[in-house]
Design a protein around this ligand. Sequence first.
Ligand code: UD1
Length: 338
Amino acid sequence: MLKSILVTGGAGFIGSHTVVELLVAGHQVVVMDNLSNAKPSVLARIRGLADRDFTFIEADVCDRDSLREVFHQHDIGAVIHFAGLKAVGESTRLPLDYYRNNFCGTLGLLETMKGFGCRNLVFSSSATVYGDPAEVPIREEFPLSATNPYGRSKLMIEDLCRDLASSESGWRIALLRYFNPVGAHPSGLLGEDPQGIPNNLMPYLLQVAAGQRPSLEVFGQDYPTPDGTGVRDYLHVVDLAKGHLAALKALPGLQGAVPINLGTGKGYSVLEMIQALERTVGHPIPWRVGPRRPGDIAQCYADPSRAQELLGWRASLDLDTMCRDGWNWQQNGAASQF
Ligand code: UD1
């Protein structure tokens, strides 16, 4: 019988897009999600888009009994682990929550996987583990550091995976270091649904474009970049989801815990992002310059060649597609969720 793929956090922004791709590719999928940052309607939307069913378990990844139960009930061949908290500012206020959810959650997952003889993992890491890189584009061998509890929790999990993989053979772990995921499913049915004031540029900019917020504050225009604003590697979430499928497929050929950048390799500044979204929406988007955000870096974009080499994956969707799909979601999708 075909083994199942366990997707923790499969109802979230990146997780939901990945589950659609997995189902379309014919995988048996078990989603475990506590719905702390997702609406239950996402599940029906995933089923509708893929035209296939999957098993859903409403449980927290920190709940060891539920994890064991999942492995008892299903023949899990590999795990894609998204479940975790991801807001940098919040992590400085609630470090215990971040270490418990992100680190302890992963520790329990790895212990359960080991107990059931499942050693195949695709983990959601982040480019945040590079700290303030000395140069760009960023390669996987660059030194690692973290400046906040969120980043440290990702780094600690990476270290845990590396230690585990060197302690015994057979572990195949892809540590996927995402750059800046944006956009939404082209159907307008899946996307990011930030609670409260968005922390990240794209969701904030979309809300300003839609008239829900008066203007965007550009965090600093005195960086050593071509126009003085921060440069990032924005990546369409559907490309990112496909990167997880490529990683899953490539797992048998990986040895130990292997970090892999998932980015486009191209950086855009905040002002370039505003202009791109203005082209999509067809009207000016108000913005003003404010001070730098503490902890922000000037430039961050990937050298994506390892992903191409090991996974045969590269991003294919351009900035206009990211803006178009993000705007479509902002106008049609987000509000119709319940
Ligand atoms: C942020 C996190 C990072 C995390 C990533 C996940 C911080 C400090 N960093 O990265 O750890 O891995 O999200 O997606 O939160 N900007 C504005 N105005 C805004 C919002 C953002 O000018 O209202 C600028 C930022 O200064 C930055 C760029 O837009 O130059 C992108 O910001 P953001 O979307 O928050 O992503 P990161 O800072 O790359």
